[in-house]
Design a protein around this ligand. Structure first.
Ligand code: MN
Length: 198
């Protein structure tokens, strides 16, 4: 049985960029629902005793298992997303080694952020945007629905949920403003740096 872990910060800690109301709904209702659905779907099956990542790999691309895949992917992605954020700050603090890598692979932090935003806006409908390492090179990648970045052979550093439920209450249809706010105030670059070397 999978269970919902508490957020690593108060639901209000991301305000004014993401409201406590959004966080409470997103974590307490949406993430909880994916967990409840997954638990129900795998009850009494071989998947019940598997790690989350293995369930995702095993059900990927199998038409009859798409519900398990979708819910397991969303359970995994949301756990990763909560860790990708930290309480709101006015400044962006990227650890030196990660910043060197960003400069090497994108030219500058600003160019990386521009590309991240463009990719996040280009995801048609629901999905995710990731900063990830692919063969030791940093890349921005996107995936539809609940598909995790590791299925593309990439090691995820940061995740951004671009489903409307993650921003609609605070930004209505203005996804670009939400992406800017996360890039400038909420991403946890220490978490990204730890993932890069792990
Ligand atoms: Mn979500």
């Amino acid at each position: 049985m999978f269970t919902l872990k508490s957020l690593p910060y108060a639901a209000e800690a991301l305000a004014p960029h993401i409201s406590g109301r959004t966080m409470n709904l997103h974590h307490g209702k949406h993430h909880q629902a994916y967990i409840d659905n997954l638990n129900k779907l795998i009850e009494g099956t071989a998947y019940e005793k598997m790690e989350l990542e293995d369930i995702i790999k095993e059900t990927h691309g199998k038409e009859d298992l798409v519900s398990i895949f979708n819910n397991a992917g969303q359970v995994y992605n949301h756990f990763f997303f909560w860790e990708s954020l930290r309480p709101a700050q006015e400044t962006i603090n990227v650890p030196a080694d990660l910043l060197t890598q960003i400069d090497r692979d994108f030219g500058s932090f600003e160019k990386m952020a521009e590309q991240f935003k463009a990719v996040a806006l280009s995801q048609f409908g629901s999905g995710w945007t990731w900063l990830a390492l692919e063969e030791d090179k940093l890349k921005i990648i996107k995936a539809p629905n609940g598909e995790p970045a590791f299925l593309k052979g990439a090691k995820p550093l940061l995740a951004l949920d671009v489903w409307e439920h993650s921003y609609y209450l605070d930004y209505e249809n203005r996804r670009a403003e939400y992406v800017d706010a996360v890039l400038n105030h909420l991403f946890n670059w220490d978490f990204a740096a730890r993932n890069a070397i792990s």
